[in-house]
Design a protein around this ligand. Structure first.
Ligand code: ADP
Length: 213
């Protein structure tokens, strides 16, 4: 089956694009939702997190103590690496298992930090970037979350640049400040139709397509 890696900066519109693709029959595997489930009460990652970071890393309900962990990794890069060393392999495994069970015209793995992580390039046939200008990202996320512009810029600074993402893209869906929801719908549909055609050519044969395109 054709595997698409869908990525983009915070507020770029990944979720909107994934929702549209799901409506049209793609199987969506959302790695953010997987990470959340792994660290929710009694989540699969919680025992390993308790062992690595101690009881204070876990809430009374048995979930990852997010506020505590956010504070820790902010001041300690080694702790961030340790956290990622626990979570990333588990996320990859769950995503693979969900992908194997998924039914759809093709699979879409939604991975916010796909370009940054390096774990995904050989797991997907094509990388699709939802592309957006930074100022629109700040305004969309501000409206959605109530975070301050500086807080949003700090998150963006820890992510790849717009150019860095575009360099690694096989496909791009432009969703900048001048893109209306109707135009995003139209651009996403064009991409979906292309992937449907590609999935038909690919049939059941395994392997990557990106390097052949
Ligand atoms: P991401 O998943 O990349 O963080 P979302 O899909 O959640 O981004 O989009 C961020 C916010 O911007 C959401 O509230 C979404 O509804 C809104 N949004 C995304 N694209 C557009 C657009 N073209 N026009 C208006 N609002 C948009």
């Amino acid at each position: 089956m054709l595997n698409i890696g869908l990525t983009g900066g915070i507020g770029s519109g990944k979720s909107r694009v994934a929702d549209l693709l799901a409506q049209w029959g793609a199987a969506i595997i959302d790695t953010d939702a997987i990470a959340h489930a792994l660290t929710a009460p009694q989540g699969q990652a919680v025992p390993a997190l308790r062992e690595a970071f101690g009881e204070q890393a876990v809430t009374a309900e048995g979930a990852l103590n997010r506020a505590w962990m956010r504070e820790l990794i902010f001041r300690d890069p080694a702790a961030k690496a340790r956290l990622e060393g626990i979570l990333h392999p588990l996320i990859s495994r769950c995503a693979r298992e969900q992908g194997e069970r998924a039914r759809g015209a093709y699979r879409v793995f939604v991975v916010p930090l796909l370009v940054e992580s390096g774990r995904w390039r050989d797991k997907v046939d094509r990388i699709c970037v939802v592309d957006c200008d930074p100022e629109t990202q700040v305004s969309r996320v501000g409206q959605r979350s109530g975070l301050t512009p500086d807080g949003i810029r700090a998150i963006m600074a820890a992510q790849s640049t717009r150019e860095g993402r575009l360099q690694r893209a096989d496909d791009v869906i432009l969703n900048d400040g001048a893109t209306s929801p109707a135009l995003l719908h139209e651009r996403t549909k064009i991409m979906h139709d292309r992937w449907i055609a590609l999935a038909a050519i690919l049939g059941t044969a395994p392997g990557r397509l990106a390097s052949a395109s």
